[in-house]
Design a protein around this ligand. Structure first.
Ligand SMILES: Nc1ncnc2c1ncn2[C@@H]1O[C@H](COP(=O)(O)OP(=O)(O)OP(=O)(O)O)[C@@H](O)[C@H]1O
Ligand SMILES: [Mg+2]
Length: 275
């Protein structure tokens, strides 16, 4: 990333912060990969991006080479689950770190213990309050959700303005699309009257291999379901080994394998989001 002055950064004076949760209860559908690569793409375009890991597996930090399980650094979740009043106290600055031009809120296995505290606190708005306190420091906040509905994902869904729902082009994943819709209804009950209605920005078919008949069939099913749910559908992210390799290398795909066609897929997604 280049200095602020040299970027083609959009006009922040008029831009509103968008908090987007990347969410699906199904595991392994590409939530974390999408968070990392979309975040990186938006940052490269000059946006100020915070990517926040809401999963105790800590994959987002790992996929960005941050070694979250060994890190001495406190996670933003420790602050969220502390006694601090998030409306009055700023999060300690070292709870966020930098990687590849992104600001990152890591998570790790401690989140399992912290979740118990959050359940006791009965304050599903704590993450929202902290993100609000960061004011206009970011143009995009992308929250990488866990593969289940727990107190952490409830916090994420309370904080978000919209959802991107990655759906793997596999039969089981397609069937799970209804669950998201049901969860959205529950979430919106919880948000009233404090937060506007949470909306699905779109379903995102992932790990798509157009040479496989099963994937093509599932994509048609996803299109049909998306239309029946009256939601937007993004173009698929195709499956390439380089995507998995980038995760092992702890780097955004665009840096690890700039010529991988999935980079173009992520760019399409970023175009659609900012259209
Ligand atoms: N487009 C793709 N092509 C190839 N491999 C992919 C692609 N997207 C994701 N993967 C691989 O699939 C695995 C799961 O991806 P990822 O961790 O992003 O999913 P997730 O939904 O966040 O999983 P979890 O539910 O466990 O959090 C990873 O090993 C990742 O490298
Ligand atoms: Mg994940």
């Amino acid at each position: 990333m280049v200095d602020d002055d040299q970027t083609n950064r959009p006009n922040h004076g008029t831009e509103m912060k968008r908090t987007i949760a990347i969410c699906n209860q199904a595991g392994g559908v590409g939530k974390t990969t999408t968070t990392r690569d979309l975040g990186f793409e938006l940052a490269e375009r000059g946006h100020r991006v915070l990517v926040l890991d809401a999963d105790s597996q800590g994959s987002l930090g790992e996929f960005l080479g941050l070694n979250p399980h060994r890190s001495e650094r406190q996670s933003i979740w420790q602050f969220i689950a502390s006694e601090a009043d998030p409306a009055r106290e700023e999060p300690p600055p070292d709870m966020l770190c930098e990687a590849y031009g992104l600001t990152v809120g890591i998570s790790n296995l401690q989140l399992i213990k912290l979740e118990r505290r959050l359940i006791e606190q009965r304050q599903p708005h704590r993450l929202y309050t902290i993100l609000a306190s960061l004011g206009d420091r970011f143009d995009y906040v992308l929250i990488d959700c866990p593969p289940n509905i727990n107190e952490i994902s409830i916090q994420a869904l309370f904080a978000a303005d919209e959802l991107i729902v990655p759906v793997q082009t596999e039969e089981k994943a397609v069937a799970g699309m209804f669950l998201i819709q049901e969860e959205l209804i529950e979430t919106n009950k919880r948000r009233m009257p404090f937060r506007p209605t949470l909306k699905i920005a779109g379903f995102l078919p992932t790990r798509y291999n157009p040479s496989r008949n099963l994937h093509k069939h599932c994509l048609t099913e996803i299109e049909r379901m998306t239309a029946s749910l009256n939601c937007a559908l993004f173009d698929p992210i195709r499956e390439y080994i380089a995507v998995a390799e980038a995760c092992n290398a702890g780097k955004p795909l665009k840096l690890h394998a700039p010529h991988c066609p999935a980079v173009r897929d992520i760019q399409n997604l970023a175009d659609r989001l900012s259209a």
